[in-house]
Design a protein around this ligand. Structure first.
Ligand code: NDP
Length: 311
């Protein structure tokens, strides 16, 4: 199959973001990827037509992401300006004056002179040992604005923010987040938060897009699994896999899924979702799996004043 490309969505600052990204965060499923797998995955993804890579300082793989991009540039597969790179500020760098230096360190690991999108990874600040730190994310946002002003990040946004945290930034800053990156999948459909963001012109990136379709080492995980009859029937109808059906479900809801894979076959499979579309009732049938169950559990931080979730 020839390389597919994800169409772009226009952000509220005028920049354009490809509507599907390769995830490079590892360790949310039971896996043994090495960092070199990330370099290869990024290269294979660019070869397969991906134009958006999602990483973060805390993943410890920015260097390998940068190498994968450099490999693809050296082979003439892409130019820098054709690739959209997202990275994130970790929780222990939330003081206003730490933001730009933290981004410069990410850029140096990536081997880039700008990123396309820089996100505050979580609304809550911690010390480097992980214990809570009392820094207001509005202060952090001021540092993000500086990063944009300096041209080190073309767009800025947030991740794991709830609706009232989004509102508080919008009310207190001239620069609106371009993106909120949150968990969305068939068991965590997030309709209210997604609607809230989209109606403010804030694009939504959906992480852990496969939810519990794939093994998360949680025997109590709710359906759907990969062999769920609803997904299998849709897969048969469209000549796709259950994984592709779930990615398309997210795209048809206006979201930007971030499937992670280090497997060359699945990397190609995951972007091969732009030649079909689900019907409204099919989207609803997948949303009915919702259980508000999260893959990413941050309840260790539940007593933090800026803990974003309800439970
Ligand atoms: P995903 O939902 O992307 O699932 C990844 C798992 O699914 C891996 O085990 C992968 O294995 C497997 N897989 C990939 N493609 C397929 C397929 N077509 N069929 C069957 N199995 C498949 O989960 P993640 O939690 O990794 O989330 C994705 C990305 O989102 C992360 O990599 C990261 O970039 C981002 N993220 C952001 C967070 C945030 O706080 N902002 C939090 C969590 C994630 P294999 O590699 O072997 O294919």
């Amino acid at each position: 199959a020839s390389a597919q490309q994800a169409p772009c969505i226009e952000l509220n600052d005028g920049n354009r973001i490809p509507s599907l990204a390769l995830g490079t965060g590892r360790g949310t499923a039971k896996e043994t990827d090495s960092l070199d797998d990330v370099r290869n995955a990024v290269f294979w993804a660019l070869q397969a037509g991906y134009r958006h890579i999602d990483t973060a300082a805390v993943y410890g793989d920015e260097e390998q992401v940068g190498q994968g991009i450099a490999d693809a540039i050296a082979k003439g597969i892409v130019t820098r300006d054709q690739v959209f790179v997202t990275t994130k500020l970790w929780n222990d760098k939330h003081a206003r004056d730490q933001v730009v230096p933290a981004l410069r360190e990410s850029l140096s690991r990536l081997g880039l002179d700008y990123v396309d999108l820089y996100l505050i990874h979580f609304p809550l600040a911690t010390k480097s040992d992980g214990s809570p730190e009392n820094i207001d994310y509005l202060e952090t946002w001021n540092g993000m604005e500086e990063a944009k002003y300096l041209g080190l990040a073309r767009s800025i946004g947030v991740s794991n923010f709830n609706a009232s945290q989004i509102d508080r930034i919008v009310a207190n800053s001239p620069v609106r987040p371009a993106v909120n990156e949150i968990e969305v999948n068939p068991t965590l459909t997030q309709e209210p938060l997604v609607y809230h963001c989209l109606s403010l012109g804030i694009a939504v990136m959906s992480y852990s897009p496969f939810g519990f379709l794939v093994s998360r080492d949680r025997p109590d995980a709710p359906p759907p699994r990969y062999d769920d009859p609803t997904l299998v029937a849709l897969a048969a109808k469209y000549g796709k896999t259950p994984g592709q059906i779930v990615l398309r479900y997210l795209i048809d809801r206006g979201l930007i899924p971030i499937p992670k894979s280090t497997n060359p076959k699945r990397i190609v499979e995951n972007i091969n979702v732009f030649d079909f579309q689900l019907e409204r009732e099919e989207i609803a049938s997948i949303s009915r799996f919702n259980k508000n169950t999260r893959v990413i559990d941050i309840s260790d931080w539940k007593d933090h004043p800026y803990y974003p979730h309800q439970s």
